[in-house]
Design a protein around this ligand. Structure first.
Ligand code: SF4
Length: 432
């Protein structure tokens, strides 16, 4: 059986397809209380899952019932934490398809690539491999996939792996590498048809940054990207496709025309900060002027630009934060997503945050400025301030109503609390 908490993740559906291809009859669930069986694959996509009492209990229950619990997904970048917190039988690390094939063939853990497990209280890691051929059997798509809503889409699909970027907060180049490996277009389109047949009405593309499909050495392959979008939209319909993430330095006029003609017409740029200093600390590699150009270019082609901003990055001072607010105002984006810098295992940011002294840790030091009465930490106050600011900076400014104000406040507090919990965990398993 295969499961993921609360969602049919693309990864869980892919693993289900591989198990079925090996001659078994797997079931998939997003309700962990339904997970049973002699071999259970659990896909976890947030470090917070490692602290979730229900997930801990689920793993214990499966083992108590005599089953073997195997955990994979984005949490597998920190196998020590997964083994230490959840005590599964096995962790499948990074690209897990090959490992699952070996496991389903009944091979010993020691002979399965990309695995980590405990033997005599010692962590054993097997050979770590990246797949050269991204051809897979069709995913295991549940009958009720049409009831799912992940930011407006019923599912995401993978078109390629890797990103040539080096952003210090991002897992993609660490897990999938910096060289782009792309899937075959016919296989992607077959998968899209299969999702549609099962009730998917809206589909979004994952893969780090959309326009890098079939690119080489950071050069956008506009022709391949256009064929990809045209192919998917010819099946799903233009208004039912989104390709949200594109790097600001990976745009061409042809890419924008294709986005405008074949998708809902939005691009989400990772802008992150208005301070060149912080952009440098993040190793983002995209000068702010390039972002300005990309947003102008989007508007020329009738594509609506949105952006994500990260605050509380180690080294961000008041002046840097003000520069981010100024940039947000100048760009007047159609939508904005704000987050506090999150230490995702295996990233340089996680290492930086773990090494910080308490006096410089923005997510822990109390805020003493404008929002002092709200008892926020400095990073929480900056995130909250940016969320409010974003409302004022839209093309048509929005007055933040009381409910929304409370939502922003709760969101900033939750992010701060989650990050402190994750940081504690990282420091416990990966001490300085
Ligand atoms: S450009 Fe996007 S996918 Fe690539 S490293 Fe940066 S954040 Fe990650």
């Amino acid at each position: 059986m295969v499961g993921a908490p609360g969602l049919y993740t693309y990864g869980a559906m892919r693993i289900g397809g591989i198990i079925r291809d090996a001659g078994f009859h797997p079931k998939i669930t997003r309700d962990l209380s339904q997970l049973h069986g002699e071999r259970v694959f659990l896909s976890l996509y947030s470090t917070l899952h490692l602290l979730d009492p229900f997930i801990k209990e689920t793993v214990r229950r499966i083992q108590h019932e005599g089953g073997e619990c195997i955990i994979g997904g984005p949490v597998s970048s920190g196998p020590e934490m997964v083994l230490g917190e959840l005590h599964p039988n096995l962790v499948v690390c990074g690209e897990g398809e090959e490992a699952v094939r070996h496991i389903m063939n009944g091979e010993e853990y020691a002979n399965c690539p990309n695995c980590a497990y405990l033997a005599d209280d010692r962590i054993v890691k097997t050979e770590q491999k990246r797949m050269q051929d991204l051809s897979f059997p069709p995913p295991l798509i549940p009958d009720d996939i049409g009831t799912q809503d992940i930011r407006g889409a019923q599912t995401y699909i993978e078109t390629h792996r890797g990103c040539f970027g080096r952003c210090g907060f991002c897992q993609v180049p660490r897990v999938f590498g910096r060289r782009i490996r792309s899937r075959d277009l016919d296989e992607i389109l077959r998968e899209v048809r299969a999702f549609q047949k099962k009730g998917v009405r809206k589909i979004a593309l994952i893969g780090g940054t959309g326009s890098l499909y079939r690119s080489k050495d950071g050069e956008v392959n506009s022709g391949a990207f256009i064929s990809l979008l045209e192919g998917i939209s010819s099946i799903m319909g233009q208004k039912n496709v989104s390709c949200p993430d594109i790097r600001a330095d990976c745009l061409t006029d042809e890419v924008l025309e294709a986005v405008q003609a074949n998708t809902i017409g939005w691009i989400f740029f990772g802008i992150e900060s208005g301070s060149e200093k912080v952009i440098g600390l993040m190793q983002k590699g995209i000068p702010i002027d390039k972002v300005r150009d990309a947003i102008d270019q989007c508007r020329q082609f009738g594509v609506r630009p949105a952006g994500s901003f990260i605050t509380g990055y180690p080294g961000e001072d008041e002046e840097d934060f003000q520069a981010t607010k100024d940039l947000m105002e100048e760009l007047s984006l159609d939508d904005v997503f704000v987050s506090i810098a999150e230490p995702i295992p295996s990233t340089p940011l996680a290492e930086l945050i773990c090494k910080q002294s308490p006096e410089t840790d923005l997510v822990s030091i109390p805020h003493t400025g404008e929002y002092k009465g709200l008892h926020l930490t400095e990073a929480e106050a900056r995130a909250f301030d940016l969320m409010l600011h974003a409302d004022m900076c839209r093309p048509v400014p929005r007055i933040t109503q009381d409910d929304q104000y409370k939502n922003y406040l709760n969101e900033a507090r939750k992010q701060g609390s989650d990050i402190r919990n994750v940081t504690r965990l990282l420091r416990q398993y990966y001490p300085r």
